[in-house]
Ligand binder design. Structure first.
Ligand SMILES: Nc1nc2c(c(=O)[nH]1)N[C@H]1C(S)=C(S)[C@@H](COP(=O)(O)O)O[C@H]1N2
Ligand SMILES: [Mo]
Length: 560
């Protein structure tokens, strides 16, 4: 078995690849199309080949472990989208192979065979030309279907089409579908979701609520709270739940059950959680970016209760001035096929500050946290990007180092507009923690016909800033940003700067220019440090589409 790090590195590319068609392995970041079209692989080939070989052996063990963790013996449905149906079909005149035959070809030395539906493929050349060549390698010597079941996005016409070039035979009829028949479908046990949550990806599940419902309440109902999952939702028995803690400096370890966590004083905070990619769909209009195309609703505001992290750490002797650690790392219980958990970290200062309000939350809006949001325990890091609010919390490590997780190291970072996948050095930017000021118009919607009353129209939206900064004002315009006025009302909870973790809902009545039948509405928020949103996306464009907080602009039609 390979060391974890090697496996981690092999898989590094797939997380971003889940959202976009990007194959990035061994820390190299290549645009999908360049990867396939370009010639630059030639030189990398030699460099990567031995990694591929070495890693293949380790993968099997990793996958087995993952299967163990996610064992629900339910027959997997491999859904075949219409446009991909023609691939992997039976082809007359090709030799027939059984799965046993395929299994004899699991390494470069024996050549790498895989099967997909009725097709048998020798992908050795594919692998050496496209080093690492995707999760495909995880299926070496067997069917790729189980992996495409986990990362559905990899099973796209482009890949399938390429695959057909490596077709060598048909799979014996009795073996077709065998490898997924009794497979533990990683998504067989997902929670039921509210009908109004509109998924941008179903496996893993990512969805946001409709904008007009989002601002109906200062506190977002659990069912309407956006969901951002990178992996299948783990099914955790709360009575068997354990949280591991480790202080790397003293090597002190501790395990807490849910009951133990509940023994600490119950601390309640109202905190907004927002994905670093919220409003990405607007930035995309400037130039494409990589990532889920979120609208404006990858944000929600909830009342969270749990044990304060600083209280829990204090019990381990970890206090301000008594530790040499710089970071607190969090690991989720959700794991990828090589058993690597979702992870992220925050700075020790935030974790130890009693006014930082970091909690190990077990309640969301007065109820046990729903499965999608981290049941039974997630960390809530108020004012900090969603990605560090780790759900299904399995382990806390107090360390000199940041989390090594993909999402901390190679994702959720901002870059200058000229940086792209080919030039990026992820080490050059710090991981996003506290988020900048943002707002959105939620009513009316883009393109809507709005009734003008007394020469005015009503607008409603949310505004929020990270780092505990309170929204002090929201400015709105009904003429594309020439004239502005402050919104009439700001609703928020009582918390003051610098512990204002929750958002504000604002409403405004703005006069519309006479004789106009179409106008552009704009909103920009100002926080308690007088930070203000940037005017446009051109200036803040970044290839990952994060921190997408320019003025929100909505074009509407007027009816008088
Ligand atoms: N264990 C785990 N924690 C996680 C994630 C995940 O995929 N796994 N996603 C993160 C991201 S990127 C975001 S934006 C928030 C989303 O939280 P929500 O689904 O409760 O809205 O959870 C974070 N915590
Ligand atoms: Mo996120």
């Amino acid at each position: 078995m390979l060391p974890r790090l090697a496996l981690r590195r092999l898989l590094e590319g797939h997380h971003a690849g889940c959202q976009v068609l990007a194959f990035r392995l061994f820390g190299s970041h290549h645009n999908y199309h360049r990867e396939w079209n370009g010639q630059q692989q030639q030189q990398q080939q030699a460099r990567h080949k031995h990694h591929v070989l070495a890693t293949l052996a380790g993968i099997g063990a990793g996958v087995a472990l993952w299967m163990k963790y996610n064992h629900q013996t339910v027959a997997a449905k491999i859904e075949i989208p219409q446009e991909t149906e023609k691939y992997g079909a039976f082809q007359n005149g090709l030799p027939e192979y059984t799965l046993d035959d395929v299994a004899k070809h699991g390494t470069m030395k024996d050549r790498i065979w895989v099967s997909y539906r009725y097709g048998v493929y020798d992908i050795t050349d594919f692998v050496s030309q496209h080093p690492g060549g995707d999760k495909i390698l995880l299926g070496a010597g067997g069917s790729v279907e189980p992996f495409w079941a986990l990362y559905a996005v990899h099973k796209n016409p482009h890949v399938l089409n390429l695959f057909e070039q490596y077709r060598i035979g048909n799979l014996a009829a009795q073996d077709v579908g065998e490898s997924v028949k009794n497979m533990d479908d990683p998504y067989a046990n997902e929670p039921r979701r509210h009908i109004t949550l509109k998924p941008s990806s179903k496996q893993p599940f990512n969805a946001e609520p409709p904008l007009s419902l989002l601002v109906d309440n200062l506190i977002t109902p659990n069912e309407l709270f956006y969901v951002r999952n990178h992996l299948p939702v783990p099914d955790i028995d709360a009575s068997a739940y354990e949280l591991e803690l480790l202080d790397e400096e003293t090597q002190k370890e501790k395990t807490l059950t849910l009951k133990d966590i509940k023994k600490y004083p119950k601390h309640t905070v109202t905190s907004t959680v927002m994905c670093g990619g919220n409003r990405r769909s607007e930035m995309i209009k400037v130039k494409p970016v990589k990532g889920l195309s979120w609208g404006q609703a990858a944000i929600g505001n909830a009342v969270w209760s749990g044990a304060r992290l600083c209280d829990v750490l204090k019990d381990m002797g970890i206090e301000d001035g008594k530790t040499s650690a710089f970071h607190v790392q969090f690991e989720g219980i959700d794991t990828d096929p090589t058993n690597m958990p979702y992870g992220g970290s925050i700075q020790i200062e935030k974790a130890l500050d009693p006014h930082g309000d970091v909690i190990l939350a077990y309640e969301m809006n007065g109820e046990p946290i729903p499965r999608d949001h981290g049941y039974p325990v997630r960390v809530i890091v108020p004012g900090v990007v969603g990605a560090r609010n780790v759900k299904w919390l399995g382990k806390i490590i107090v360390s000199k180092n940041e989390s090594n997780a993909h999402w901390q190291q190679n994702d959720y970072k901002g870059f200058a507009p000229n940086v792209d996948w080919d030039t990026v050095d992820f080490k050059k930017s710090p991981a996003i923690q506290e988020l900048p000021v943002i707002s959105a118009i939620c009513e009316p919607l883009e393109g809507e016909v709005v009734k003008v009353k007394n020469g005015k129209i009503k607008i409603k939206g949310y505004a929020w800033s990270g780092g505990g900064r309170k929204i002090i004002r929201v400015d709105v315009s009904s003429d594309g940003g020439k004239n502005w006025q402050a919104a009439d009302a700001l609703e928020s909870d009582e918390a003051r700067h610098p512990r204002a973790w929750g958002w504000s809902i604002w409403t405004a009545e703005v006069p519309v220019p006479e004789g106009r039948f179409e106008v552009q509405l704009c909103a920009k928020a100002i926080d308690s440090q007088y930070n203000i949103q940037p005017e446009n996306f051109e200036n803040i464009w970044n290839f990952r589409g994060v921190l997408s907080n320019a003025y929100h602009r909505v074009n509407v039609k007027l009816s008088r």
